[in-house]
Write a new protein. Structure first.
Length: 176
């Protein structure tokens, strides 16, 4: 089922890019992080953006991958909103209510955010890193569940604690 999900996602995303890279770069990064949580989490990882970023519907995912996978992908899809802040507020409200079997969606969301933040640091995308830092308290409050995927959260918290602007200022001061 994992190969089917990867193929499905790649076909859906088509030529879409993740920054300067093919979209598969992001999907594979998320799925690698999800390996300890099993195939179901990895399948959701491949599919997590298809409803939000492609013409694929929740119904199509349900038909191909079943109810739980479709429900989780739907939970990971930002609702429409006037702007990013509005969309994220609505998305976080959905995540805050997740329980039971659907909590696997929260693991995928943490892996997705961690993959995004890692990429920000690798590609020196400071503005996006700063945005994720600003959103982190609300995101964490909505999506974190103790014991669910603490290793992902530990790294995410650590990477988002880095203030790149202050680090640059300190580095520049040290060079003088």
């Amino acid at each position: 089922m994992l190969d089917q999900a990867r193929s499905f996602a790649l076909a859906a995303h088509g030529p879409q890019m993740y920054g300067a890279r093919p979209y598969v770069f992001h999907l594979d990064a998320v799925v690698r992080l999800l390996a300890p949580w099993g195939v179901e989490a990895q399948v959701i990882g491949y599919l997590h953006d298809v409803i939000e970023d492609t013409p694929i519907t929740e119904r199509e995912i349900r038909e191909h991958f079943g109810r739980l996978i479709a429900d989780c992908v739907s939970l990971l899809t930002d609702p429409p909103g006037a702007n990013r802040a509005d969309r994220k507020a609505r998305a976080y409200a959905k995540l805050a209510g997740v329980s039971g079997a659907n909590e696997v969606a929260l693991v995928v969301k943490a892996a997705d955010r961690l993959a995004n933040v890692r990429c920000c640091l690798i590609d020196d995308r400071r503005a996006l890193h700063k945005l994720y830092r600003r959103e982190h308290p609300a995101f964490r409050q909505a999506a974190y569940r103790e014991g669910l995927c603490d290793s992902l959260w530990t790294e995410l918290d650590t990477l988002l604690a880095i203030d790149l602007e202050s680090a640059d200022a300190a580095s520049t001061a040290g060079e003088s």
